[in-house]
Write a protein that binds this ligand. Structure first.
Ligand SMILES: [Zn+2]
Length: 267
């Protein structure tokens, strides 16, 4: 039996036209000179061994990379390179990667990823709508990674986080005016705390600016004097300190109190 290293003609390639892409399942692929390789295994000293993904047999083309990402070609390929296939893989991978990191809408992201891509490659890609769906799906899957919003209307609390519960298993989000609202207001407070606030004869309202997230102007807190102690019960992110905004916030809180009160009185 022939040993692989004796078969290999190690050729150092000085030009680093090397890229790594990710497959659907998150595995790394090496793209080099219009050939694409699957990882075989890690070797010593930061080396990685790769084998052509087109003919994934014992005698497919091989390559080794070192920790500086220099490529050493091993066994040659017994087929021509496939620039189109490689380009398709690259685009797919770029779109998926950008889905997680880019703040652009799925449509803008797909469009910019397709800039400069030839029609010959495009016909091998899924249709635009499908690519946009891929972006949305990918974003949903990595829900933990929230994109940094640039305006209040971009702040869309993912469903997973909307269900955030307090220690007493109550909803924490009392009201969210939504992404359509340029003066987006989010109010936090659980039923128990709203009920406690109702019992307070004295309310103390206070705004803090330091603790508010960047896009909001202030964190507005409604305290109640509860058994001789001033306790914070309701928290709201407000976009300004205008009268209109205070009124809106207070009206929303009062409406919530009205909605909660009958249940409280029954219990
Ligand atoms: Zn090959």
């Amino acid at each position: 039996m022939l040993k692989l290293p004796t078969l290999m003609r190690f050729l150092e390639i000085k030009i680093k036209m090397i890229t790594f892409i990710k497959t659907q399942r998150g595995a790394r692929k090496l793209i080099f000179q219009e050939y694409s390789y699957n990882k075989v295994k890690d070797g010593p000293d930061g080396k990685t061994y790769w084998r052509c993904d087109e003919i994934p047999l014992k005698y497919g083309g091989t390559a080794t990379t070192d920790r500086n990402n220099s490529v050493f070609l091993g066994q040659p390929h017994n087929h021509a390179p496939s620039p189109t296939k490689i380009a398709v893989k690259r685009v797919n991978s770029t779109i998926k990667e950008n889905a997680v990191t880019s703040p652009n809408t799925p449509r803008d992201l797909v469009n910019s990823s397709l800039e400069g891509i030839s029609d010959g490659v495009k016909i091998h890609l899924p249709e635009l709508k499908k690519l946009q769906k891929t972006v949305s799906r990918k974003r949903k899957n990595v829900g933990a990674i929230c994109l940094v919003p640039h305006s209040l209307v971009e702040i869309d609390i993912p469903p997973r986080l909307r269900r955030t519960k307090t220690a007493t298993q109550e909803n924490f989000i009392l009201s969210d005016s939504g992404t359509e609202d340029a003066n987006h207001i989010i109010i936090f407070g659980c039923t128990t705390d709203v009920n406690r606030l109702i019992q307070c004869d004295t309310w103390v309202v206070d705004g803090t600016f330091k603790s508010a997230p960047n896009l909001w102007y202030q964190l507005w807190v409604i305290h109640g004097v509860f058994f001789n102690k001033t306790v914070p019960f309701i928290f709201a992110f407000l976009p300004s300190k205008s009268e209109v905004i205070y009124e809106r916030a207070l009206t929303t809180v009062l409406a919530k109190i009205d909605a909660i009160r009958p249940a409280a009185e029954l219990s």
